[in-house]
Design a protein. Structure first.
Lengths: 358, 436
C-alpha cells in the first residue's frame, strides 16, 4: 500500500496535468453548448461557423453563407460576452474564495463573509449613483471604485482584527461580519437617497447578474481577474503551509505576514472586478473551492487552477439554466447559483465527510 | 555544522517583561533542555528563536547571522521546529504534510522530485510513520500526528531542531523512541537540539545541558547533574523532589513529592523507628500533617535516612552498614524521650539495628506511648534468630498499640493534642502526652 503511495506521489504532476486538461475541455464544451441556449434558436453548425469565422487562420475555409448576420450578431455580441463574463466571474470568485479560505484556514471564509463583497458593491454603487459616465485615469469608474472600496474594506477588517503582529482567525471573521452589516446599511441608505434616474441603474446592476454584459465591460475586468489568478498561483505552495498553521508556515520558510497581505489584496481585486459587472453572486466564492477540495484534495497547486475552471463551468451552467428556466423573463444568475449549489454542497458534505483523495 | 547563539534576548508583552537577559548557545551535537514552570517564558523563548516573535532586545544568531535579518526560507533550510500544537487546517495526507518539510529546498515553481519523496520516506521510516503515508492527517491519533510532525521537521534536513514539549501527546514507548531518535541524530549527525521539556526525568535522561527558567530569566544553566538538584527544583518549581542517580539508565531520577500543605496547627512530636524505606511515606505524611517528626537510629545511605535529609527531619544516624553503638543508642533514646509517642514501622531486624527494639521497649517502660505498624509478621522479618520476635512480644505485653497498616495511623493520630491524651487514656495506656 505504501509503495503505491510513493509511486502516486512521484507521478502526481502528470495526474494534475491530466485533471486540468480534462477540466479545460469540459469548460470549452460547456461554453459551446451554452452558446446554443437562448431565445433565438441557432443550430450548432451555425454557431461553429460563426466562431470559426472569427479565427483568422480558419475563416478562409468557412462558407460565409452558412450563417446569417443577425445570428452572428447574437452569438458574438450578445451571447459570447455574457458567457465569457460567466467564465471570468466564476473563475475570479472561486479564486478569491480559495485565497480567503486558505489564508484563514476556514471553509467559512470567503469574500462575502469578510465584507469584501459588501465593500466592492458599495464602491460600485457609489460610482453608479454619483459618478455615472466618469472614468478614472482611463479606467472605467465602476470597477475602479469597487476595487478601491474592496481594498479599503479588507484593509480595515484586517487591521481591526489584528492583535500585535498576528491576525487571529476569530477576530477577523467577527470584524468581517460587523463591517458587512455596516456597509450593507450604508448601501441601503444609498438606495434611499439615490435620485430616481440613477436608482434604476443601481437596481438593474444589483439584480442584473451577467445578462447584459458588453465586450467593453468584459475587457474592463478580464485583465484584473487573469492577473489575480496568475499571481495567486505563485503562492499556492505557501498556502499549503499556511494550512498547517501560521507559525508552522513561518518555520517552513514562508514569510507569513507578507504573503497574507498580498493574498488578501489579490482576493479583493478579483472580487471587486467580478462584483463591478455582475452585482453580488453568492455561493461561488464560498462553495466552489470547498467542493473542488472535496473532489481533488487540499493541495493549492491543483486546487487553485481546478477551482478556477470549476467556478467558470459552474457559473456558465447556472447562467444557461437561468436562460432556459423562465423563458424570456430571465432569472438573475445569483438565484440559480444559490439554488443549484446549496443542495449539491450539502449532498457532497454528507457523502464525503470522511474522505481524502489526492 | 551550525551553532545557535542567543545573546541577551529580552521580550515584552506591553510593558510586562516576559523574558530578560537570556543567553545560551547550542553547538552541533548538543541536546539542550529548557525547563521551567508554566508561565516562566519557555514558549516565548522558543517562539523568539524560531523567528515567530521578534525579541525587543538582544539577538539570535545562526552561525553569526541574525535570524531576523535572514529570509524565513534561509532560516528554514537550517532550523526545523516541532511545535506543541500540530492541528492541520485542511485534509492533507500524511505524505503531503511530510513533503512540506521539503519546501525550503524547493525552487519557486518546483514540484517535489522523486528525491524529495525519498527524503520524506526516510524521515517517516525513522519516526515509524511510513505505514501512515496515504492516510489523512485528520484520521491520526495525537501521538501519530506528533510523529508525523517530527518526520516533517526531519524532512527539512535541519542542522538545528527546536522541540516544544515534543512528547506531550506520546505514550511511553513513543516518547522513548522519539527521544532516542533525536538523541542519535544529535550524536551521529551533529544535530543541535533545543527542547522545551516538562518531564524532568526525560530531560535528565536525554539532555547534556539544561537551563531552568524562572519568571523569564535563567535561574540556572549548565550540565544536567549540576543543575537538576533538589534545591534548584524546589526554587524553580516549588516542589520537593528526591534526586537520585538511577543505576540502570545512568541518569538522574527525579521523584517529585506532592506539594506541601500548610499545616494549620502545630501537632505533637513523633519519633519514628524505621529503616529500609519503611518509614519514608509515613514521614512525609506526618510532616505534611504538621507533626514534628524525629527518627533514629538509621544507617547513612539507608533510603529512610535520605528521606529524613530531604524532609529536614532530625535523625540519629549510624555509619553505613554499621551496628548501632552505645553512643547512637543513647542519642536516640534522648530523642525518644523528647517525643510524645513512638511509631515503629515494619522494618526488618538484624543484629545491626536490633537495639532500636530495645530503645522502643525502653520508651514503653518510660511511659511513652508506642504504636507498632505490624504490616509484615515479625517472624518473616526477623533476622536475629528470634530475638526481635521476643522483643516484639514484650512490646505487645507492655501495652504498645498494634495497627495493621500505616494508613491507619494518621487517622488514629488525627486529633488535637488534648484529645490525643484522652484517646490514649481510653485505650487503657498508662503514660502521658508530652509537649510536641
Amino acid at each position: 500500500m505504501t509503495g503505491t503511495v510513493e509511486t502516486t506521489y512521484k507521478k502526481r504532476s502528470k495526474r494534475w496535468k491530466l485533471t486540468l486538461t480534462t477540466l479545460v475541455i469540459a469548460l470549452f464544451v460547456t461554453v459551446i453548448l451554452s452558446l446554443n441556449i437562448g431565445y433565438a434558436p441557432i443550430s450548432f453548425s451555425e454557431i461553429l461557423a460563426v466562431l470559426g469565422n472569427q479565427i483568422p487562420v480558419l475563416n478562409g475555409g468557412i462558407d460565409p453563407n452558412s450563417f446569417t448576420t443577425i445570428n452572428q450578431a447574437i452569438i458574438i455580441d450578445i451571447r459570447l460576452p455574457r458567457i465569457l463574463a460567466g467564465v471570468i466571474i466564476g473563475a475570479g470568485l472561486a479564486a478569491a474564495g480559495v485565497l480567503y479560505q486558505g489564508v484563514f484556514k476556514n471553509p467559512m471564509a470567503d469574500p462575502y463573509v469578510l465584507g469584501v463583497s459588501a465593500g466592492a458593491s458599495l464602491g460600485a454603487g457609489l460610482a453608479i449613483v454619483f459618478g455615472a459616465g466618469l472614468s478614472f485615469v482611463g479606467f472605467p469608474i465602476v470597477p475602479t471604485s469597487a476595487f478601491i472600496a474592496a481594498l479599503i474594506t479588507i484593509f480595515v477588517v484586517y487591521n481591526i482584527s489584528r492583535v500585535g503582529t498576528r491576525v487571529p482567525e476569530m477576530t477577523l471573521l467577527l470584524s468581517g461580519i460587523a463591517i458587512t452589516i455596516f456597509l450593507s446599511a450604508v448601501f441601503h441608505l444609498l438606495q434611499v437617497i439615490a435620485p430616481s434616474s440613477q436608482l434604476h441603474a443601481l437596481v438593474y446592476w444589483l439584480i442584473g447578474g451577467i445578462t447584459n454584459v458588453t465586450w467593453s465591460a468584459w475587457w474592463s475586468i478580464f485583465p484584473f481577474i487573469l492577473i489575480g489568478i496568475i499571481l495567486s498561483y505563485f503562492f499556492s505552495r505557501d498556502l499549503n503551509m499556511i494550512a498547517l498553521g501560521e507559525d508552522t508556515a513561518q518555520h517552513l520558510g514562508v514569510n507569513t505576514e507578507r504573503t497574507k497581505k498580498i493574498l488578501l489584496a489579490l482576493g479583493a481585486m478579483m472580487t471587486a472586478a467580478a462584483v463591478s459587472i455582475s452585482g453580488l453572486i453568492g455561493f461561488v466564492g464560498l462553495m466552489i473551492p470547498h467542493i473542488t477540495r472535496l473532489i481533488i484534495g487540499p493541495d493549492h497547486r491543483i486546487l487553485i487552477p481546478a477551482s478556477v475552471i470549476v467556478g467558470a463551468i459552474f457559473l456558465v451552467l447556472c447562467d444557461a439554466l437561468a436562460r432556459i428556466a423562465t423563458g424570456a423573463a430571465e432569472l438573475p444568475v445569483g438565484v440559480i447559483t444559490a439554488m443549484a449549489g446549496g443542495p449539491f454542497f450539502i449532498f457532497l458534505l454528507r457523502r464525503k465527510k470522511l474522505s481524502y483523495r489526492m | 555544522m551550525v551553532t545557535l547563539n542567543v545573546n541577551g534576548v529580552e521580550c515584552r508583552y506591553g510593558s510586562a517583561k516576559i523574558l530578560s537577559d537570556i543567553n545560551l548557545e547550542v553547538k552541533p551535537g548538543d541536546f539542550v533542555g529548557i525547563l521551567g514552570p508554566n508561565g516562566s517564558g519557555k514558549s516565548t523563548l522558543l517562539k523568539s528563536i524560531s523567528r515567530v516573535l521578534k525579541p525587543h532586545g538582544g539577538s539570535i544568531l545562526i552561525d553569526k547571522d541574525d535570524i531576523y535579518a535572514l529570509k524565513p526560507i534561509d532560516v528554514a533550510k537550517k532550523m526545523a521546529v516541532v511545535p506543541q500544537d500540530s492541528a492541520v487546517g485542511f485534509n492533507f495526507s500524511v505524505m503531503d504534510v511530510v513533503l512540506m518539510g521539503r519546501n525550503p529546498h524547493l525552487g519557486a515553481f518546483q514540484m517535489e522530485s522523486p528525491k524529495d519523496v525519498e527524503v520524506a520516506r526516510k524521515a517517516m521510516e525513522l519516526t515509524n510513520t511510513w505505514h501512515l503515508a496515504g492516510r489523512s492527517i485528520h484520521e491520526l491519533s495525537g501521538g501519530e500526528r506528533q510523529r508525523v510532525i517530527i518526520a516533517r521537521a526531519l524532512a527539512q534536513e535541519p542542522k538545528i531542531l527546536l522541540l516544544d514539549e515534543p512528547m506531550s501527546h506520546l505514550d511511553i514507548i513513543n516518547q522513548l523512541e522519539v527521544m532516542d531518535l533525536v538523541k542519535s541524530l544529535c550524536i551521529q549527525s551533529g544535530l543541535a537540539v533545543l527542547a522545551v521539556i516538562h518531564d524532568l526525568n526525560m530531560a535528565a535522561r536525554y539532555c547534556n545541558a539544561v537551563l531552568m527558567l524562572k519568571n523569564g530569566t535563567i535561574f540556572a544553566a549548565g550540565e544536567v547533574e549540576k543543575i537538576l538538584t533538589s534545591e534548584n527544583i524546589r526554587s524553580v518549581f516549588s516542589v520537593d523532589a528526591l534526586v537520585r542517580k538511577n543505576l540502570v539508565t545512568n541518569s538522574l531520577n527525579i521523584i517529585p513529592l506532592s506539594p506541601k500543605k500548610a499545616s494549620t496547627e502545630k501537632k505533637c512530636a513523633i519519633h519514628l523507628i524505621c529503616g529500609a524505606g519503611t518509614g519514608t511515606m509515613l514521614m512525609k505524611t506526618l510532616v505534611d500533617e504538621g507533626y514534628s517528626v524525629t527518627a533514629g537510629v538509621l544507617n547513612q545511605l539507608d533510603s529512610d535516612y535520605e528521606a529524613c535529609e530531604m524532609l529536614k527531619i532530625p535523625v540519629v544516624s549510624e555509619a553505613p552498614f554499621s551496628a548501632i553503638n552505645d553512643e547512637t543508642y543513647l542519642a536516640n533514646l534522648e530523642m525518644i524521650c523528647n517525643a510524645s509517642m513512638v511509631v515503629l514501622t515494619s522494618v526488618p531486624f538484624g543484629l545491626g539495628n536490633l537495639r532500636n527494639l530495645d530503645a522502643t521497649k525502653e520508651a514503653l517502660q518510660r511511659g511513652i506511648p508506642v504504636y507498632v505498624i505490624d504490616e509484615v509478621p515479625i517472624e518473616s522479618r526477623d533476622f536475629t534468630g528470634g530475638r526481635a520476635t521476643a522483643l516484639m512480644r514484650d512490646l505487645k505485653v507492655g501495652g504498645a498499640v498494634f495497627v495493621k497498616h500505616p494508613s491507619d495511623l494518621p487517622s488514629l493520630l488525627n486529633v488535637s493534642k488534648d484529645k490525643l491524651a484522652g484517646l490514649l487514656e481510653h485505650t487503657a495506656l498508662t503514660g502521658h502526652v508530652k509537649d510536641g
